[in-house]
Ligand binder design. Structure first.
Ligand code: GSH
Length: 203
């Protein structure tokens, strides 16, 4: 049986997982879910109810990074795994932790009426965008001259940030980050994982 991936097209966590699986050439059954009406078959194997979830026989991977690493352990044709682990970990912790919180505050200001939009943007700049710009001015990818899983894991979140207010993003002085982002958005790999799928229904 092929592995089953429960996914949601626009979810940045699911995007990173889909990209790693595609890159590793893993054939799978894609089950697109409706976040407001999750299939019982998914909740049965992963009651926490987030996507992505990958089921490989009895193995259930319910964290996007675990799915990425599982895929790259199978095949890693371009050496995405050759990274300095502590630097990789520091980027990922920052992205999935405080940056994701700020991104939600930036994306849904109505949910955070106590916060000032300029202060949220400035915190995003300080925490993530300025360090990224500085890394990407030194080298084309976050960890050096070669693309790694860290670029792939982080780029969907920067894409999401850029899409919240494209005019505001355009005005930010982030030429290297914008170039990096465009390269990922225009990549064949990204296009290949953004096809639309009908919503999966258990029946
Ligand atoms: N730590 C999880 C986070 C996944 C996550 O939060 N996914 C969101 C969609 S982007 C989700 O499924 N949320 C559940 C919901 O909206 O009900 C991972 O890395 O896979």
């Amino acid at each position: 049986m092929k592995p089953i991936l429960y996914s949601y097209r626009r979810c940045p966590y699911a995007m990173r997982a889909r990209m790693a699986l595609k890159y590793a050439g893993i054939a799978l059954e894609h089950r697109e879910i409706d976040l407001r009406n999750k299939p019982q078959s998914m909740l049965l194997v992963s009651p926490k109810g987030t996507v992505p979830v990958l089921c490989v026989d009895a193995l259930v991977l319910e964290q996007s990074l675990d799915i990425m690493h599982w895929a790259l352990e199978k095949t890693d044709p371009d050496g995405w795994r050759s990274v300095d682990h502590s630097i990789a970990q520091a980027w990922i912790e920052k992205n999935d932790g405080p940056f994701k919180i700020l991104l939600d505050q930036y994306k849904y200001p109505n949910r955070y009426p106590e916060l000032k939009a300029e202060e949220v943007l400035s915190a995003i700049n300080e925490l993530m965008l300025i360090p990224m710009e500085s890394a990407l001015q030194d080298s084309p990818y976050l960890l050096g001259n070669k693309m790694t899983w860290v670029d792939v894991a982080i780029f969907p979140f920067i894409r999401q940030f850029a899409m919240v207010n494209p005019e505001q993003f355009d005005q930010l002085l982030l030429s290297s980050t914008k170039k990096w982002l465009c390269q990922h958005i225009e990549s064949e790999l990204f296009h290949a994982v953004m096809h639309k799928h009908p919503t999966w229904a258990d029946c």
